[in-house]
Design a binder for this molecule. Structure first.
Ligand code: NAD
Ligand code: UD1
Length: 332
């Protein structure tokens, strides 16, 4: 299939492109390079031997988007582009709503005009807010988000449901990611956060490399086995393969479908620290500090629906995720 990828040079999209190319698909990529670099296109070529058709375009720019896409035959769009820093979204809500929601609406208009009505959207487990139960199934009600970033995901989901409800010829697959970590096993592509990492694994790898002195563990008084927060960490290559499988739903004219992409296993902050230390033979000094505002105790998926409907399940272990994250950090 000819697949349009927005946010193509970003962390998750770049890994997805590798898996799509390896499954025989043809890629048209766009990215405004606000949180990634164009050299990722060469890195993808280094892994796959194929250079994708890439355009440095902003999804908020209707004219630029239209002029790139008007003569292309796109079978499906995978929409990854968006701003994703939780703290920054609290400080800059307008920018987040404009970029994520405004950009999505512009993209949808252009897709409709060029006759592409198949979309796979990068959503997040953050839409469940404080989940009513774990493991979280897709039937778990959406909750109150604690930040504008989370609300952009929740609102875009609603926009997509409304769109598909109004015009049944659209097929929309919403993928709710849990906590993606790891990197391509080659170490060629991975996650490159700007500034001080907000998320756990990039922080740990920067402690391991000596860039940061120690990890601050946000709270050890949660109602979890060791008191630290529990999350469903998923290897980015597993997540990428989930997108390849999601094309099955599109090809079956699914209408609108929502899938959790997680492993189904919850690991605590200290489980991750200990596993990283064991696999890589590096000590991670840490200090327990106060809880981070907006954090929840426990969040892990039931991936049963993706297993049964898409035939997808996560294959990589927490050990693999810790090894591949460190391998990438060392090579970059
Ligand atoms: P990323 O920042 O690495 O990738 C996003 C890409 O989108 C970047 O390359 C950025 O330059 C690009 N972009 C942003 N605004 C754009 C615009 N207006 N026009 C064109 N390109 C634009 O982030 P990621 O971790 O790869 O996340 C990909 C998607 O998955 C995002 O929508 C994110 O919200 C979602 N998601 C990520 C996580 C996670 O933990 N990484 C979890 C849940 C959902
Ligand atoms: C965060 C975002 C969420 C986003 C997700 C994926 C918040 C409140 N939520 O989720 O919206 O979809 O990232 O990008 O930011 N931790 C530490 N020390 C650190 C960093 C994290 O102890 O330096 C702990 C956290 O308290 C949490 C766990 O590690 O228990 C995972 O944190 P993180 O990687 O930031 O992901 P989430 O909070 O799950």
């Amino acid at each position: 299939m000819n697949i349009l990828i927005t946010g193509a040079t970003g962390f998750i999209a770049s890994h997805t492109i590798v898996e799509l190319i390896e499954s025989g698909h043809n890629i048209i990529g766009i990215d405004n390079l606000s949180n990634s670099s164009a050299d990722v296109v060469d890195k993808i070529a280094k892994i796959t031997g194929k250079k994708i058709d890439f355009y440095p375009v902003d999804i908020c720019d209707y004219s630029a988007l239209k002029s790139v896409l008007k003569d292309k035959k796109i079978d499906c769009c995978m929409h990854f582009a968006g701003l994703k820093a939780v703290g920054e979204s609290v400080a800059k809500p307008i920018e987040y709503y404009e970029n994520n929601i405004g950009g999505t609406i512009t993209l949808l208009k252009v897709l409709k005009e060029i006759g592409c009505k198949n979309l796979i959207f990068s959503s997040s487990a953050t839409v469940y807010g404080t989940p009513e139960f774990v493991p979280i199934t897709e039937e778990c009600p959406k909750g109150i988000c604690t930040n504008p970033y989370g609300w952009t995901k929740s609102m875009i989901e609603q926009i997509l449901l409304d769109l598909q409800n109004a015009d049944k010829s659209w097929n929309v697959v919403i993928l709710r990611y849990f906590n993606p970590i790891g990197a391509h096993p080659s170490g060629v592509i991975g996650e490159n956060p700007n500034g001080v990492p907000n998320n756990l694994m990039p922080y740990i790898t920067q402690v391991a490399s000596g860039k940061r002195e120690k990890l601050f563990v946000y709270g050890d008084d949660y109602d979890t086995p060791d008191g630290t927060g529990v999350r469903d960490y998923i290897h980015v290559v597993d997540l990428a393969q989930g997108h390849v499988k999601a094309l099955n739903a599109i090809n079956n004219n699914c209408g609108c479908e929502i899938f959790n992409l997680g492993t189904g296993h919850g690991y605590s902050v200290l489980d991750v620290v200990r596993t990283f230390e064991k696999v890589n033979g590096i000590k991670i000094p840490y200090e327990i500090v106060a809880r981070r505002s907006g954090d929840i105790a426990m969040c892990y998926a039931s991936p049963d629906k993706a297993n049964s409907v898409l035939g997808w399940s996560a294959k990589y272990s927490l050990e693999d995720m810790c090894r591949d994250s460190w391998n990438y950090q060392q090579k970059n």
